[in-house]
Design a protein around this ligand. Sequence first.
Ligand SMILES: Nc1ncnc2c1ncn2[C@@H]1O[C@H](COP(=O)(O)OP(=O)(O)OP(=O)(O)O)[C@@H](O)[C@H]1O
Ligand SMILES: [Mg+2]
Length: 400
Amino acid sequence: MSVNMAVVTPPEETTSVVTRNRVVCFVDDELSAAALRKGLDGSNLVIRRGTIRHATRMLETDTDLAVLVTDISGIDDPFTELERLAGVCPPDVRVALIGDNREITFYRELMELGVTEYLPRPITRDMVLDQLRPKLLGDVAAAQVDRGGHVVSICGAQGGAGATSIAINLALQLAETTKAKVALLDLHLQNGETSVMLGLRPGPGLRIALENPMRADTLFLERAGIDVNEKVCLISADEDLDAQLDITEAGVRHVLSLLRQRFNYIVVDVPVPFPPSIYPVIKTSRHVLVLLEAEVTGLRNAHALRTAVTNIAGKDRVFTLLNRANRAGGLPKATIVKALGAEPDMVIPDLGKGMTQAVNLGIPALKHVSGLRRHLAPIVREITGVGSQRKSRWRRLLRL
Ligand SMILES: Nc1ncnc2c1ncn2[C@@H]1O[C@H](COP(=O)(O)OP(=O)(O)OP(=O)(O)O)[C@@H](O)[C@H]1O
Ligand SMILES: [Mg+2]
């Protein structure tokens, strides 16, 4: 008798947040499949044959699910596979695992990483009913560890430092490298430039959502988010210059939390100086990139901006990025290092007129300037933690 696979038609598009209720299981033996089928009966259940590797592959193109149950038996290094899974799994999806390991330390490690539950094989219907079902389908969201998406704030120490260019291209390269879902949030509601640079028109609703959290439900994202490509979504606005905006801290928190449920990374183009209402964005950021050019103005402001970020979010969040480093007429490196009190954490050289051409063409510079990808790569590595210790990466991905 083979595993009874439900027939699944992949959705055309990622469906609305409110309709995501699929429970997807990838298991390799028929006993587990039967136990899950009976124990999770009544839910929108899909059982497929496979392991965690198949689950990761599916999530690269299909994230229309609320729960994932998958098998890690026989996998040599389950933590590496989990890391891959975490890279593409929306943060609000509850993940349960089934495997052969019965050691309590293994169980604890998985729980620490944000896995909802782990059951050693063989599993039974009653194990699923008693131990999995309440955690996966019951209302246990409050007890979950914080698995919100990773927020990266980009702020320019001086006008024209390249904040918007870096935010856009970083968002694209993060998605390309990790295959994760990335939101690009432009908090310059008046004359924001992300949409212009991408040749797109902002969707409606961001201003209202930021002003009044009661007005932003999960459908807000469907309206306000404009797809840049299948992984990257732009959330921006184009309010009149004379509009009286009344952005509230509660609105900012709410929008950020909606985005963090849905996206693995949220790259924010942050206005400077920060209005107090957007402090939650800085506070929630894992990385705040302070951009400057090799100019006196940039140096002076970078120092003040770093201090402001440190006061709001803590010292370990701030990274100084020197942009257009070798630009003709700029201050010499030694002067910059002296004024900053340290080497900049990240450096991007002047990449020539192609960068400005890309702006005028309304296309991402990544597609137009060949060197940009190489210079963004170390920044992407710093943010994703690829190459760093396994556990810390999971901690960073799944909880702040
Ligand atoms: N590394 C670089 N090399 C060459 N040109 C660059 C580089 N980075 C940014 N630019 C160019 O500098 C100009 C300003 O960039 P951008 O608009 O991204 O800066 P900004 O900090 O967002 O400015 P604003 O203060 O107006 O928001 C653009 O024409 C952009 O293409
Ligand atoms: Mg800008």
